[in-house]
Write a new protein. Structure first.
Length: 134
């Protein structure tokens, strides 16, 4: 229904711009999901000792947090680029293609940004719990 309404109301170049922005971001999200699945499978291995587990998890979380901060910064940059393109396409009359690309980037990067903020919050909370347990 949404696609039908977009085709009826929006020009073809707007829809093309929207698809050019959404498809690469969906691919990135797919790769990140597969990587998360691999990590999840690796964490299902049997646990030996509690002290070893705590030290192993502490080192893993300390390596994870900078990576999550990097992804957060990348998401913020993509969000700003998408929002700028959306404004340029709509207000500065650069065309419907740029507006569609901007909207696609903005929507996808907002979802990824919120997901990464949530993951960073969980990692920091887990780090606090590990330090309390130690």
């Amino acid at each position: 229904l949404v696609i039908f309404l977009l085709k009826m109301m929006a020009p073809e170049s707007f829809i093309q711009g929207l698809s050019y922005a959404i498809i690469p971001m969906a691919i990135v999200l797919g790769f990140r999901s597969v990587r998360s699945l691999i990590v999840h499978v690796q964490l299902q291995k049997p646990i030996q000792e509690n002290a070893t587990l705590t030290s192993t998890e502490l080192s893993r979380v300390h390596q994870l947090i900078p990576s999550l901060k990097t992804w957060r910064a990348v998401d913020q940059i993509i969000l700003l680029v998408g929002f700028s393109m959306m404004l340029l396409g709509g207000l500065a009359d650069f065309g419907a293609f740029m507006a569609g690309t901007g909207i696609g980037l903005t929507v996808q990067s907002t979802v990824l940004f919120l997901k990464d903020l949530w993951a960073l919050w969980r990692a920091k909370l887990y780090l606090v719990e590990l330090k309390v347990e130690q």
